[in-house]
Design a protein around this ligand. Structure first.
Ligand code: AMP
Ligand code: MG
Length: 498
């Protein structure tokens, strides 16, 4: 037998009642938008077979590959605070799982593969713009060292799909540590289906926290799982906050238990620093504003805790006490990660240092950046030049407001080597943690518009290559490091990509 395209080893589809077997819809005229060679190689896949006409037919959903068992996964979720007991894969399908060369189980899934029993009113489709947006931003996140689902392929389907206007259709192949969400647990908890809840929890633990399976007392195991999810999310959200990422739709169905970022609908990066920044057109109350993300993560974890209560202890009062202790640790956990990451951004050594003093130093810079509307990314990036004795780029960024910065710089410079080799080395270390390139909103929009309206993928390719190497400054990419002009930035809005 020839090598299959994917060496599937499926578990989730076997779990009774957690998903519905389903087939992808056929599409008329598949055409490559992008194949992710580097990811395919990391996954140990047959890259040349996938990046071929045979691969195109499969990745468009026109032929189910050998060994796949496509299913639509059931999940529920709190959307903007309101509970929907049934959401589920309305336009996605889990094709199956593979084991990567590191021994990690990974989901291979479609997004935009047609209607399923969970589609409700939707058409089950995705458009070229949102598919390329997910590709671009998830690759940028990966390059920034942030856990994320990734994109193996983006295919134009040759279909026209109907949104506010007619758009070219596309299908995305997503790779994830799993697609198990907080909302997956809520689905079974809401139905008081404790048996399936347990099956789901054991599967999730087997995938993400296999060491916990050794715990003798099952209740302890599920509490430890909640704890592990909370630990991963505390780290993930701190990472988002350290690069100015705004997820935009942190509904409980868009929060994984793996700790990977998922669902790149209305996400965008901050430019001028303001914790109240919201880009999503439907987030009218700012629930998912930049600065609210840690609080929302804790809120979502509380929903996970509620769903897990029947597994944690038969005595429901005791279960609540135990779960509450885990949830209450979240702010401290988050803060510790936040401090570590911001120390690195500022080049501050942790050993022997005063946590509170360093936290204040970081927050004071953010406060100044807020007051003076300084670009978050460049505001940090250009600090290193000061250590190299070249403060002009930083001065230019602050314009007439350098006086405000001066006092802060004095405090900072008292904490870092002022000059010489130690200062240069530190500057290099800071440059390896403060990116120079993020997916700038105006460049993202331009890339997606060109692909959608003119079928021109060159701006997308260019931007993808820039954000895939975010720390190395390149003179040819100087413009891509700059924030949008006020005209480009004013009133910027993102959409859920449905
Ligand atoms: P999202 O906003 O992408 O997190 O999706 C929320 C819910 O809406 C999920 O259950 C999706 O499967 C479903 N959904 C989103 N877009 C579509 C669509 N075009 N067709 C069917 N279901 C959709
Ligand atoms: Mg979603």
């Amino acid at each position: 037998m020839p090598n299959p395209l994917f060496p599937f080893d499926n578990r989730y589809a076997q779990l009774d009642g957690l998903s519905v077997p389903w087939q992808p819809a056929k599409v008329p005229a598949p055409r490559w938008l992008r194949f992710n060679h580097a990811l395919a190689e990391d996954l140990g896949l047959n890259t040349s077979a996938l990046d071929s006409d045979e691969g195109l037919v499969v990745l468009a959903g026109n032929q189910v590959p050998d060994g796949a068992q496509p299913v639509a996964q059931a999940y529920a979720g709190h959307q903007f605070g309101g509970f929907s007991p049934q959401l589920g894969d309305g336009r996605a399908l889990l094709l199956g799982e593979i084991i990567d060369p590191q021994g990690q189980r990974r989901d291979i899934a479609f997004k935009g593969s047609g209607r399923t029993p969970f589609s409700r009113g939707g058409d089950g489709k995705a458009a070229v713009g949102p598919v390329l947006r997910e590709y671009l931003i998830s690759e940028a996140m990966h390059a920034l060292g942030i856990p994320t689902t990734r994109t193996l392929a983006a295919i134009a389907t040759g279909e026209t799909i109907s949104r506010e206007r007619a758009l070219p259709g596309a299908i995305l192949t997503r790779v994830a540590a799993s697609h198990i969400r907080v909302g997956t647990f809520q689905f079974f908890a809401a139905r008081r289906d404790t048996e399936r809840l347990r099956v789901l929890a054991d599967h999730a633990i087997g995938r993400h926290d296999p060491d916990l399976l050794k715990m003798a007392e099952p209740g302890e195991r599920y509490l430890a799982f909640l704890d592990a999810v909370a630990a991963r999310q505390a780290k993930l959200i701190a990472l988002w906050m350290s690069v100015g990422f705004i997820h935009g739709v942190m509904n409980t169905d868009n929060m994984t238990v793996s700790g990977e970022t998922i669902d790149y609908g209305p996400c965008a990066f901050l430019e001028a620093y303001d914790p109240e920044t919201v880009f999503s057109s439907i987030d009218s109350h700012g629930r998912y504003a930049f600065g609210n993300q840690p609080g929302i993560a804790q809120w979502n974890l509380t929903r996970l805790a509620e769903a897990l209560l029947p597994l944690i202890d038969d005595d429901s009062d005791l279960a609540v006490i135990k779960a509450t202790q885990v949830i209450e640790r979240f702010p401290d956990r988050f803060s510790q990660h936040w401090l570590n990451l911001h120390r690195a951004k500022l080049g501050l050594r942790a050993d022997g240092a005063d946590d509170e003093a360093d936290r204040t130093l970081a927050n004071d810079l953010l406060q100044l950046m807020h007051e003076h509307r300084i670009d978050f990314t460049l505001g940090f990036r250009r600090l290193s030049a000061v250590l190299r004795g070249q403060p002009d780029d930083l001065r230019t960024l602050w314009g007439d407001d350098t006086a405000a910065l001066g006092a802060w710089l004095g405090r900072w410079q008292a904490r870092v080597p002022a000059s010489g080799e130690a200062a240069t080395e530190l500057a290099d270390r800071m440059d390896a943690t403060n990116p120079v390139y993020i997916p700038r909103n105006h460049l993202v929009e331009n890339a997606l518009d060109s692909a959608t309206d003119a079928g021109d993928l060159k701006p997308f390719e260019r931007l993808l290559s820039i954000v895939s190497d975010p720390y190395t400054e390149r003179s040819a990419d100087a413009l891509a490091a700059l924030p949008g002009t006020p005209e480009q930035t004013r009133g910027y809005r993102t959409f859920c990509g449905t």
